[in-house]
Each structure stands twice: as C-alpha cells, then as structure tokens.
Design a protein around this ligand. Structure first.
Ligand code: F6P
Length: 374
C-alpha cells in the first residue's frame, strides 16, 4: 500500500502483558496524530477484540499519564488465536469431541472487521504467539507492523524486547531481598524466574542480584554439583546461598516442571515449580534449610523502568515511520543501539532466541564465581 493511503492505524496488545505496552501505545498515538494527522483506534483484549470488533478511539488525551504504568490500557489476551479458535455452542460453551476442543479458522472475520472499521494498518504488540498470528494476517494481505514485547527477551532478530529491562530489575531486587533474610537464617534461598524456554531473565537478573547459582534451560544442571558448590562455600564460612533458577531449567537427567496445561492457549504449557524441587533437593544434599520463592507475575507488573520507557518510545515512533514508508510485514528491532526492522517471516520462522552457553555473559558470570551446575 502507498504510504499516503494510511489514514487509520489499529493497535492491539496480545499475549501476556508486559511493562512498556502503554509507553509504546503512547508513542504510536502521539507520532501518528501529531506528526502525520492520522486516526488511531485501540483494539481491546488483543485478537479477542479484533474478532468481536471491540474498537475504541485513541486520542492524545487517552494516552496522557500512562508512560510509566505497567499493563495495557487496551488489555490483553493470550488465548485468542483467530486461526485456531475454539468453536462454541449456543450457550457459549467450548465444543469438545472425544474430550478434545474443536477449532475453526475465523481469521477472515478479523480481516473483515478491520475493513469495516477502515483500519489501513494493524500494529501488533506481542511475543511469539501473538506475532505468529501477525505473520499469518500479513500473509492474508493485512498491513501489519509488529513491535517486540516480552519479559522473556526470546524473540529473534532483535537484541532486546521491551519489558525485559523492567523484569530484570524486579529479579535483581527480589534477590537482594532474599539475601537479607537468607543471611539472618543461614538458609539456601531458591528464586524461580520466568522466561519459558529461555534463560535471559534469569541470567541477567541473577548476575545483577549477585546469585551464587544460576540454572538455565540452555545449560542442563547436575544438582549434586550445585550442592557441592554450596557445601564448599559453607565449609569456607559462608552460611547462606542464593540460587536463581529459570522456570524452564531442567536437570541433566530429568524434565522441565509443568505447572498447568492451558488447552485453549496457542502456547498451552505453563511452566512452574522447579524452585520447589531444587530447594527440596538442596536441603537434603546440603543438610541445610532451604526455601523456594516463585517470583511469578511480580516480574510482569508494576512501574516500567526508565530504560523500557525510552526503548518503548523509540519502538512506537519507528513503527509509525515504517507504516508511513509502506514497509509492512515487519517488526521493529534493536541491534546494538540502532533501531531497524526485520521481516516477520524471519522473526517467527525459527526457534526462539536462547542464551548461548558459550556467550560472553555466561563467561562473565562464571568468572564472577557463579555456578551453573554444569
Ligand atoms: O511469556 C511471558 C510469560 O510471563 C512467561 O515468562 C511465563 O512462562 C508465561 O508468560 C506465564 O503466562 P501466564 O500469564 O499465562 O501464566
């Protein structure tokens, strides 16, 4: 589409929420209205709102005072994949056959709703699940611009997603808090960190929070090596330990710990519980009291960090520029300190970005004396 044909932008936030969503929305609305005189429409609850035509106008007033606020003024949903949508009966109940949910492809309803609303470009703020649908809408001819959102930092083609920095600070702060109580009681404290199959949040948060042990999905661990390290520290006079374990970490001879399966979600596996397993094992092997803390959704909530406010503002601005240049089917990215863009086909068409066990940051951590249990 020619850039001068863009008159109205629709914007949605999908998947798990994340600090910085409101900062991106604010930047998009300000740039689109002030610089280009466009109209902006918010689509509520992600693809749910696209399916149900739940649109609200976004004005300069609607994005005032939201820069630092976590969450999304548009709300979010991580269950509404319009390409695989649960069929419902007349009472609104999900239809099952042989115990399995029956799905249908309702994506064309979304496309039609965009047309009816006169939306020329669809801005999608999401992680890999939401952006997989974004790529698929792009393949259907929708003018998609994507913006990389997730505390997990596991999206390809970009160095950093927005929300990650805020979550790293939460992890670091939590480890600081666990340290003072660990010291008082001479305990081993095990903190479980989000991130699904990627260890970015645990690695950065663990280094920032001075963890003694960091356990990542990318480096299967031997619990006996972790215990040996802690016992060695204790023998030298230290009487507490801080362990940061990624929710997707797994022992060399074991499996990841699944908390629940959400059948109606594009990514049905919810991880959780590895911290309890690790704490129990360390208590026994080290003959020392241990406690587990699952940091959970505290990592996604609260106030957005200054760094994420700036990154989100840059992403929002760049997304409008991309739309005005007619470069659709792309995601805005950060490489080094330069904002650019990459095709959604490349972002989605490969495994999620993981920590390289031989990377500089892992070497830094090891040289700081951090044990990875490998
Ligand atoms: O992808 C973001 C994330 O917070 C993951 O780190 C975590 O595993 C998952 O979402 C939790 O999802 P939910 O909010 O559905 O429990």
């Amino acid at each position: 589409m020619e850039n001068n044909k863009i008159k109205k932008i629709g914007i949605l936030t999908g998947g798990g929420d994340c600090p910085g969503l409101n900062a991106v929305i604010r930047a998009v609305v300000n740039t689109a209205i002030v610089k280009y005189g466009l109209e902006v429409v918010g689509i509520r609850k992600g693809y749910h709102g696209l399916y149900h035509s739940d649109f609200i106008p976004l004005t300069l007033e609607s994005v005032q005072e939201i820069l630092g606020e976590g969450g999304s003024i548009l709300k979010s949903s991580n269950k509404d994949n319009l390409f695989k949508y649960p069929v419902r009966d007349e009472d609104g109940e999900i239809v099952k056959e042989d115990g399995k949910i029956v799905y249908e492809d309702v994506s064309m309803t979304g496309v039609e709703n965009l047309k009816k609303e006169g939306i020329d470009a669809l801005f999608i703020l999401g992680g890999d699940g939401t952006l997989t649908s974004g790529r698929d809408f792009s393949r259907l001819g929708v003018n998609v611009v994507a913006i990389p959102k997730t505390i997990d930092n596991d999206l390809n083609c970009t160095d950093y997603t927005f929300g990650f920095d805020t979550a790293v600070s939460v992890v670091s702060d939590s480890l600081d808090r666990l340290r003072t109580t660990a010291k008082s009681h001479g305990r081993i404290m095990v903190a479980e960190v989000m991130g699904r199959g990627a260890g970015w949040l645990t690695l950065h948060g663990g280094i920032a929070g001075a963890a003694d042990v960091i356990l990542l999905p990318e480096i299967p661990f031997d619990i006996k090596k972790v215990a040996a390290r802690i016992k060695d520290d204790f023998a030298k006079g230290k009487d507490f330990a801080i362990v940061a374990v990624a929710e997707g970490a797994k022992p060399k001879d074991g499996e990841i710990v699944v908390a629940r399966v959400r059948e109606d979600s594009p990514d049905p596996i919810r991880l959780g519980g590895i911290a309890n397993v690790v704490a129990d094992q360390l208590e026994e092997l080290c003959d020392n009291e241990a406690r587990a803390t699952i940091l959970g959704h505290t990592q996604r909530g609260g106030v957005t960090s200054a760094h994420d406010r700036v990154l989100s503002s840059r992403y929002g601005y760049a997304a409008v520029e991309l739309a005005m240049e007619g470069k659709f089917g792309n995601m805005v990215i950060l490489k080094g300190d330069t904002i650019g863009y990459a095709s959604l086909e490349d972002v989605i068409g490969q495994e999620n970005k993981q920590v390289d066990p031989n990377s500089e940051l892992v070497q830094v951590a090891k040289s700081l004396g951090i044990c990875f249990g490998d």
